[in-house]
Design a protein around this ligand. Sequence first.
Ligand code: ZN
Length: 175
Amino acid sequence: MALRQIVNLPEPILRRKAKPVKKFDKDLQTLIDDMIETMREAPGVGLAAPQINVSQQLAVVEYAEGEDEDDNEDAPPKPKKLYVLINPEIIKVSEEKVIGVEGCLSVPSLLGEVERYESVQVKALNRHGNIVKLKAEGWTARIFQHEIDHLNGVLFTDRATSVWTPRVDEEVDLA
Ligand code: ZN
């Protein structure tokens, strides 16, 4: 495995619609493993292939739902879940939308408030090329929407109702 370099705006690949993945070969497995390693090293909770200069419809997400809720500090930490999304499609969304603060590994100098669906259902292929249907809610749903936007050349700043330069002590999960 190897770390890949994360590209930032105004890199044009971030604005392009990525191409569907067609070959589930060894190179794809290496790419997926590199993306997982790069996401963890960043550190981030999600990473889409265009962010490492690869225009393919592939994203990885790793998040433990509930890790931002500090009202229950004695509870054991929830395990992180790793998702590999290939050619993902949002097939169902909740009526409810929620506003949250997002940051992006490719837009390092800004945070923004973004409205997202509270829950989504996503159809995708896994790393072996099998169809999977995933239900996500809360922050996991937000990260899925952020990553699928990346595959369509859309950045959180396009959707944000306000953006600002983060304060030194302002910590937000990046994706
Ligand atoms: Zn991002």
